[in-house]
Design a protein around this ligand. Sequence first.
Ligand SMILES: Cc1ncc(COP(=O)(O)O)c(C=O)c1O
Length: 303
Amino acid sequence: MIAPRAYSQVGNTPLIKLNLPETDNCASVWLKIESGNPTGSFKDRMAISVIGNALTRGDLTEKQTVIEYTGGSTGSALAFACASAGINFMAIFSDAFSDLKRRTMEAFGAEVITVSSHGRGITPELIQEMKAICAHKVKALDGFYADQFGSKDVVLGYEPMGTEIAGQIDQKVDLFCASVGTGGALMGTLSGLNASGLFPKTVALEPLQSPLLTTGRGGPHRVEGIGVGFYPPFLDDQKVDDILAIDQDEAFEMRDILAVRHGIFCGTSTGLNVVGAIKLAKKMSPHQNVVTLGCDSGLKYLN
Ligand SMILES: Cc1ncc(COP(=O)(O)O)c(C=O)c1O
């Protein structure tokens, strides 16, 4: 299977050195801005890896339906990747998540099954119900389970992000930090940096309001995509040097500063990444470099 041509829309995103007054006299902060991907998110990288590699191996045939339970970001990326390959995609979704995400999935031709949250929002029970419906559909339709929390192709999909950064920065990367949901983006990018001969200190970030990694206790927070309430399945603590919890209020403020003062319109996990990167850069010297990720576009959150 040759990768669908539409997959060439993914990646080769810009790496920008932020001009931040906070980082005068300390390390430079670089942001890999991923909003230019087809669904406005770095998730497109993992979706083309999961679908493309499964097709190449023959684990997935073009007649099967790809099925996943999703809050919508991964679902949008999978809907894009499946549409490009001419494969049906079914998302097990819920009205607890943004309607914009349902509409995005449907725009790419996905069949969306919306599970009622009964007005209770995103609860562990709802997620379990979505997971059970997904497992049932996979069995009943002989479908292909994309497995966003387990597929090894998720981490592989982010490796090119690391090799791109290495080719763009032309200097040493002293520190790499990023917030974690599944941990796929952090570990995959690190692996790509390592493959390119760069071995930065690596720091995972999480919301202070849900400090599962730093204290063992999760909690409610408002930063979409990260701090998922369970240990990130792809996070390899042997390869991570430190974990830093960042206040979500600072993340929201930074998201707005990036848009208004720098023209970079991202989601809140990016705001959190930049706050973390600045805190770490302040402890470093001016000739050093900190790299972090601009996960997705702020346009995804406007409703
Ligand atoms: C907006 C956003 N930021 C960050 C992340 C974290 O990425 P990962 O799951 O690869 O750790 C996600 C994942 O869903 C996300 O949607």
